[in-house]
Design a protein around this ligand. Structure first.
Ligand SMILES: [Fe+2]
Length: 145
């Protein structure tokens, strides 16, 4: 997507590599903490200050929760993050590593699936790429169709 849409490859690549870095320590909110950690890591390794800021802000917006993506690079990372969720076994992995009941996991997955598909994918071609997975997962999670 970075090449296809003409984004800054270095920002996208570094943000892709570092966007979930706070998850290594189970720190939440991992977008906010990860954005600070990534900035610090990049500065310590003498990356350009502006590049570190761009990567940090891209990580901050990757979940589309508290902060919405605005730049092309931010939209690409949020989209790629959402698209990765459509590759099995992501949604099943959520259930495996939670202490929720099966019904609670299904409810959480239904909500996440809708958010991923409808709110986190910023490009129509990419939405079409995962559309069949979206339809199948909706059936799995017991949506009323
Ligand atoms: Fe994340």
């Amino acid at each position: 997507m970075a090449v296809k849409y003409g984004a800054d490859l270095e920002v996208v690549w570094l943000a892709a590599m570092l966007h979930d870095i706070a998850r290594l320590e189970d720190l939440e909110p991992h977008d906010e903490i990860g954005s600070e950690k990534a900035y610090k890591i990049l500065i310590e390794r003498r990356f350009n200050l502006e590049l570190a800021k761009e990567v940090s802000s891209t990580i901050l917006t990757h979940r589309c929760k508290k902060y919405a993506p605005e730049t092309l690079e931010q939209k690409i990372i949020a989209t790629a993050d959402a698209m990765a969720h459509f590759i099995p076994p992501f949604y099943f992995w959520i259930g495996k590593y939670s202490n929720k009941s099966f019904e609670e996991v299904l409810e959480k997955n239904r909500n996440k699936l809708e958010r991923d598909f409808n709110e986190k994918i910023f490009f129509e071609e990419e939405r079409k790429l995962v559309a069949i997975h979206y339809e199948i997962l909706k059936k799995w999670f017991g949506f009323q169709i």
